[in-house]
Design a protein around this ligand. Structure first.
Ligand code: ZN
Ligand code: ZN
Length: 253
């Protein structure tokens, strides 16, 4: 008996080590997802939690990109000198801000519905991408066109504002080229309607293919019965046009 035990123990330790390593291998924060949250929200891989009260979906994130950026502090492992192509071939010009951790809570309708008055999108977060980074609208600070800021977008086409909050105004290139694809679900706006990349059924959509809110109704992979959804396009206003299609939830930060 004793000899068998001695052989078994190192084996058990080895198995335990392998299991432990397997579980801790991923560098993505693991979202805690409650059972009643629809499967589509399990694509929010960058969220720290996704829950629902039956009326709203609550998505919490720390706002830290899971990709490299020239805007991380230089001692951060995800800091990387600017390389690659700027958005629309602007000459890269770094802004003075540094990425910092955020406390973001997005509360979006579980069952999104069209609004009678299509409220304008606010400054700051208007939605959340699957890696937990906020989407911003087509305006820079002060309501100026975001083209004033494009030269400062990093290699993945995002940048931080003054308080270090990293965000995307345009196509999140890391998601469309590395983590997902040009035709994939990229996140949700505050009204609960999903956001997709520019490619649909083999066609790259531009603003003139979409309605005034920058979307249309149709079948998607995640919504086989059809749903209103936004598309990101390469041309302005990139993500959202004249306000939310639906009634927006809230974001606290
Ligand atoms: Zn910005
Ligand atoms: Zn579509």
């Amino acid at each position: 008996m004793k000899r068998i035990k001695n052989v078994k123990s190192p084996l058990l330790i080895l198995i335990a080590c392998i299991l432990f390593m397997g579980c801790s291998k991923s560098s993505d924060p693991s979202p805690t997802t409650s059972a009643s949250v629809p499967d589509v929200f399990k694509k929010m891989y960058g969220a720290t939690s996704v829950t629902t009260d039956g009326t709203y979906i609550t998505i919490k994130t720390n706002g830290l990109p899971d990709h490299t950026s020239v805007y991380y502090a230089t001692n951060n492992t995800l800091y990387e000198n600017f390389s690659g192509a700027t958005y629309a071939n602007y000459t890269f010009s770094k802004n003075p801000n540094v990425i910092s951790s955020q406390t973001l809570t997005f509360k979006i309708p579980l069952n999104p519905a069209v609004a009678s008055n299509h409220a304008a999108t606010p400054m700051g977060p208007i939605g959340v991408s699957i890696n937990g980074i906020p989407f911003f609208n087509q305006y820079a600070a002060g309501g100026n066109p975001v083209s004033n800021e494009i030269a400062g977008f990093d290699q993945w086409w995002g940048h931080p504002q003054q308080s270090g909050q990293y965000h995307y105004h345009v196509e999140p290139k890391y998601l469309t080229t590395v983590k997902a694809s040009k035709s994939a679900l990229l996140g949700f706006l505050l009204d609960g309607f999903p956001v997709y990349g520019p490619l649909e059924n083999g066609k790259t959509l531009v603003t003139s293919d979409l309605d005034t809110y920058h979307g249309h109704t149709g079948v998607t992979t995640e919504y086989p019965n059809g749903i209103y959804h936004y598309h990101i396009s390469a041309d302005a206003p990139y993500l959202n046009g004249s306000g939310f299609y639906g009634t927006a939830g809230t974001v606290t930060q």
